[in-house]
Design a protein around this ligand. Structure first.
Ligand SMILES: C[C@H](O)CC(=O)C(=O)O
Length: 284
């Protein structure tokens, strides 16, 4: 039984997963858990690294009615976490803390080259001896999965068997998503995919990329679009899903047709009913 709903979606049917960045708060977890999507990414890169808030929000993804209806221990809504450090910081401990709470994957900001990509995958794997394949990327994760095993609904030994990166380990339940959001990352993308196994998703950061290109958040800039198309094509050639961070009602059809497979939005609270009410009162 597949536990990670995002991997399940990538492996089946059209191979497309629907997710969203979500603030690490109870209300957002409860609301998004009922949205019918495959998973979410708690956005902790540009928010405080509040590990207790993450622990609490993850618990509030679990809705009894959904669990009973699904008849499965798998989370109906799969949580991943976008951690704060950029790839160049060669960090590991943020991933370790999120995985140890039971996160099913990590989104790594600003990965620019193979060494950073290798570190990202290695941080999500337990160490093993070289004779036990697949050895590379050689695991760096420390061992304390009690809370994670409980969250996944498994014994600790069962957790160990499945706590590896997909698709390098086909039964692995941990998804490593690398954000490609600078020019070096775009230029190095083919080398990264050639040299580093275990990458599940390449997620484009069109905001950051456009910032570097001198056209901040101008999503129609031709150079930005050329770079995004390049990552998309290389991802397709290596059969690695490429993600789009800003699906809107306007671009949804286009990005599906282009072949993006990890589709994200950024939910905003909708106060349009109040605006309508104000307009009614003001006679507009
Ligand atoms: C939601 C964010 O805008 C995604 C991102 O990091 C980007 O660079 O774009």
């Amino acid at each position: 039984m597949r536990l990670n709903g995002i991997i399940r979606a990538l492996e089946s049917g059209p191979g497309i997963a629907f997710t969203s960045f979500v603030q690490t708060e109870i209300e957002n977890a409860v609301n998004f858990a009922q949205s019918g999507n495959d998973g979410l990414v708690f956005e902790m890169e540009h928010n405080p690294w509040d590990i207790n808030a993450l622990r609490v929000a993850m618990q509030f993804l679990l809705l009894r009615e959904q669990i009973i209806k699904a008849g499965s221990i798998a989370n109906p809504m799969t949580p991943m976490v976008r951690i704060p450090p950029s790839g160049s910081e060669m960090n590991q401990w943020f991933a370790k803390q999120a995985l140890d709470l039971g996160a099913y994957g990590i989104v790594w900001p600003r990965i620019s080259n193979s060494a950073e990509a290798y570190n990202a995958v290695a941080a999500c794997r337990y160490p093993r001896l070289p004779e036990r394949a697949p050895y590379e990327p050689a695991g760096l994760r420390g061992d304390a999965p009690m809370a994670a095993a409980r969250y996944w609904g498994l014994s600790q030994q069962e957790y160990y068997k499945r706590a590896d990166v997909w698709p390098l380990v086909p039964e692995g339940e941990i998804l490593v998503a690398l954000m490609i959001e600078d020019v070096d990352g775009v230029n190095n993308i083919e080398t990264i995919l050639k040299e580093v196994p275990g990458i599940g998703v390449l997620l484009l950061g069109e905001g950051d990329l456009s910032q570097q290109l001198g056209c901040p958040r101008d999503y129609d800039n031709p150079e930005l679009l050329r770079m995004m198309a390049h990552v998309l094509e290389v991802g397709k050639a290596y059969n690695v899903a490429v993600g789009h961070p800003h699906m809107t009602k306007q671009n949804a059809r286009q990005i599906v047709d282009q072949g993006y497979r990890f589709l994200m939005s950024y939910p905003r609270r909708d106060f349009s009913a109040l605006e309508t009410g104000r307009n009614v009162v003001q006679g507009a």
